[in-house]
Write a protein that binds this ligand. Structure first.
Ligand code: AHR
Length: 500
């Protein structure tokens, strides 16, 4: 059996986990909003038309923050159309996804929904067809106490108290040729810096996320980030990263190595942030908001055949298999291993659209990817330890050398719990892993959760919702202060240790 070793020490830390790394995303796209979180005519909905069964699963995931309303959608969105009496709200053309937006669910409904779901709002603004003026009006509507045009309008709409939204995205993927109102780095940098500055004049408590690159291989990657940060360093708090992976060539070893690329992407963005910091002799550190990440490719072909200008089509409805869950687990591990700099991350998206939660007219179910996200969001709190991982490796066609073992160790001081998250990417061989517990030598195994399936293509559907699920129980024991575990070939593992 192949062997790997994890070396930990309580005093070697990477950083504190910001719980917002377990954020997610709801875009006006496909059936994310309509039929996903909002379906007034459904027997499963509450008095506001919010799907209660969806809310139950969102609360199970403990999602701390949700980005809204897009995505590409936001770049031609008129927020004013989405507020006020529903019967007066106009339908509009959604240029990004070639559908009709009814505006029957808008920003006030989303704030209400977020309260019920127990999460904060990350509000994205239209920097495509609009810019500073619309952004300032929106901020005034959402956050200003009263006595002004837009704060009074909010009150007229039934919201006496401001929403006090803290986190604002200065546009979405403005480097992308697919974006309505795409900009050059220079154009975007000036707009983002000037808008951010004015927004902070109105509300100094907000924090701002500037657009970084839409993915690692963007031709403008690097120069884009440097330009945006040089222009707006003083007002920007986070630079965004977006990254999706797929397995269209059915090369599972390469697919499972995709987080090697994510790791390089994060390292590169950190380097650029710190280059600008150094150049400016600044004491401020810019952190990362990985506010779109996931597996996305299964629905690509079927989406090309969708009819245009309809409402709530079945768009981006990827059905996730077991290997997707393994990669989501590995990506979460990569995010946590950068806990010192990645302070927000949004699994894109949350419901029906490339999502861990699916709905139909008859119920909800959990996709395979639900589980690693659930485990990380539930048990991954506290401080990430700076572990050394000695693992056998393999050569992947797409990303070169990759370790079979992905792992991260988190110490949650508040409840005195040590948690190991691990993926064994080996498709045929189990992996024997040892970890000397050092200062945690008197801890015992409280739980070993394991997720494995013989078939990497196995999926959960409405008919068979529990085809791929985690089980409690795995091969692990502690002897003389050393944790020894056998991680089954192709498996996701969570081992929780508590003081004996
Ligand atoms: O999440 C789906 C889309 O992916 C978003 O609208 C866009 O920002 C990204 O390209």
């Amino acid at each position: 059996m192949k062997k790997a070793q994890i070396i930990i020490d309580r005093d070697f830390v990477i950083g504190a986990i910001d719980k917002r790394v377990y954020g997610s995303f709801i875009e006006h796209l496909g059936r994310a909003v309509y039929d996903g979180i909002y379906q007034p005519d459904s027997e499963f909905s509450d008095e506001q038309g919010f799907r209660k069964d969806t809310l139950t699963l969102v609360k199970e995931l403990n999602v701390p923050i949700v980005r809204y309303p897009g995505g590409n959608f936001v770049s031609s969105f008129y927020w004013e159309d989405s507020v006020g009496p529903k019967e007066t709200r106009p339908s509009r053309v959604d240029l990004a996804w070639k559908v009709i937006e009814s505006n029957q669910f808008g920003l006030n409904e989303f704030c209400d929904w977020s309260k019920k779901a127990g999460c904060d709002v990350m509000m994205a603004m239209n920097f495509g067809t609009r810019g500073m003026e619309a952004a300032l009006n929106l901020l005034e509507y959402c956050n200003f106490e009263g006595g002004t045009k837009y704060s009074e309008l909010r009150k007229q709409h039934g919201y006496e108290k401001p929403h006090k939204i803290k986190t604002w995205c200065l546009g979405n993927e403005m480097d992308g040729p697919w974006q309505i109102g795409q900009k050059t780095a220079d154009e975007y940098a000036k707009l983002a810096a000037q808008t951010g500055k004015a927004m902070k004049e109105m509300d100094p408590d907000i924090e701002l996320v500037a657009c970084g690159s839409s993915y690692h291989q963007m031709p403008t990657f690097g120069e884009w980030e440097a330009c945006v940060l040089e222009e707006g360093y003083d007002v920007i708090d986070y630079i965004s990263m977006h990254q999706y992976y797929g397995n269209p060539d059915d090369d599972t070893p390469s697919f499972l190595a995709s987080n090697v690329d994510l790791d390089h992407f994060i390292q590169n963005v950190i380097a650029i942030c710190d280059y600008v910091k150094g150049k400016k002799h600044s004491k401020k550190t810019i952190n990362i908001s990985l506010d779109e990440w996931n597996v996305w490719y299964h629905s690509n072909e079927q989406d090309k055949r969708l009819e245009k200008w309809v409402q709530k089509p079945h768009q981006l409805e990827d059905v996730y298999n077991f290997e997707d869950a393994l990669l989501v687990g590995s990506m979460l591990i990569t995010i946590l291993r950068h806990a010192d700099r990645v302070k927000m991350a949004c699994l894109a998206q949350l419901v029906n659209v490339i999502a861990p939660i699916m709905t139909s007219d008859t119920g909800v179910w959990r996709q395979t990817t639900f589980y690693p996200y659930l485990h990380a969001a539930t048990y991954g709190h506290g401080t990430v330890l700076n572990t050394i991982v000695n693992s056998p490796t393999y050569e992947s066609k797409k990303y070169g050398e990759a370790a079979y073992l992905d792992s991260v160790v988190v110490y949650n001081e508040a409840i005195d719990e040590l948690v190991l998250f691990a993926v064994n990417k080996n498709l045929s061989d189990d992996l024997e892993v040892s970890m000397e517990l050092r200062q945690f030598a008197d801890y015992k195994i409280a739980q070993h959760i394991k997720m494995h399936h013989d078939d990497v293509k196995a999926v959960n559907t409405e008919e068979i919702p529990d085809n791929v699920v985690p089980v409690v129980g795995g091969t692990s024991e502690i002897h003389d202060g050393v944790l020894k575990a056998v991680f089954e070939n192709k498996s996701w593992n969570v081992i929780r240790l508590r003081r004996g």
